[in-house]
Ligand binder design. Structure first.
Ligand SMILES: Nc1ncnc2c1ncn2[C@@H]1O[C@H](COP(=O)(O)OP(=O)(O)OP(=O)(O)O)[C@@H](O)[C@H]1O
Ligand SMILES: [Mg+2]
Length: 258
């Protein structure tokens, strides 16, 4: 399907130029079927700290105890999701806010070592298809559901990757706060394949949130998505810098907003 899954990192919302960025991405979304997934890592950490709850990450994934799970849901579904939906609406995008827990849209298996964290196992694509058919754009907060309907915190890149694979999307674009994967000297790695990935991992260059991001990118490719981009959420969009990860390693990928 000619679908793009676009993931918005939580930190982008804090940028002064966020509303300008949404205006630009809306032009793309109005022309091309899209599903949006978002995180909210920085906001969750900041509210957790105010509430004096521990903030802990294990290889880039948040350890989520039951109180933190409540904070995650409040921040993502109560603040970040409506903020994105409203901004898109102002730009003539008919956005519909959901989480992976809505109608058990994204089912996940719990990862007990991380507390209330889920790894997506199934996406109810029919829900997304019926929204897309009506010209609506699903905007999905990165929380999934266990079989009993309980909330599980899910890394937003993993969620976007699972949705892109299940929907047979052509393209997965992960917008973040850095210019893609940076090498040891802080330079953007323009294109990455398995060999380069191994090298970067061996040198310890990938850390924190970049670990699940790169894993999610390669998993999406493995499951049939043609190209994945890790791009800086800066504007103008056509100059957004970042890393391409392609199915065909020999092909020079075309910038999605060029
Ligand atoms: N080699 C690397 N290149 C670029 N960024 C890296 C690298 N290693 C670690 N990082 C970190 O990864 C971060 C991006 O992941 P992070 O999870 O923090 O944000 P996000 O995924 O965009 O947002 P959210 O988690 O809210 O969805 C960067 O801000 C940077 O600190
Ligand atoms: Mg992240």
């Amino acid at each position: 399907m000619n679908l793009a899954v676009i993931k918005i990192g939580g930190s982008l919302l804090e940028q002064k130029r966020f509303s300008f960025w949404v205006k630009e991405i809306s032009k793309y979304i109005r022309k091309q079927p899209c599903v949006i997934v978002h995180g909210g890592g920085k906001e969750i950490s900041s509210l957790s700290q105010k509430l004096r709850l521990p903030v802990r990450f294990v290889r880039g994934r948040r350890y989520t105890d039951s109180q933190t799970m409540e904070v995650v849901e409040m921040v993502l579904c109560g603040k970040v999701n409506p903020a994105i939906v409203v901004q898109l609406g102002r730009n003539r995008v008919s956005a519909i806010g959901l989480s992976g827990r809505t109608a058990q849209l994204v089912l996940a298996d719990r990862v007990p070592s991380l507390g209330f964290v889920g790894k997506p196992t199934r996406v109810k694509t029919e829900i997304l298809r019926s929204l897309l058919d009506k010209g609506s754009v699903p905007v999905i907060a990165s929380i999934s559901s266990d079989r009993g309907g309980n909330a599980l915190n899910t890394n937003a890149d993993e969620m976007a990757s699972a949705i892109a694979s299940a929907m047979k999307a052509k393209r997965l674009i992960l917008f973040t706060d850095v210019a893609g994967i940076l090498d040891g000297s802080g330079k953007t790695v323009g294109k990455i394949n398995r060999t380069i990935r191994k090298e970067l991992s061996k040198k310890g260059i990938l850390s924190g949130g970049m670990i699940p991001k790169v894993e999610s990118a390669f998993r999406a490719l493995q499951k049939g998505v043609q190209e994945v981009w890790i791009l800086q959420g800066s504007s103008p969009l056509k100059k957004a810098r970042g890393t391409a990860i392609c199915q065909n390693e020999n092909r020079a990928p075309r910038h999605p907003f060029a």
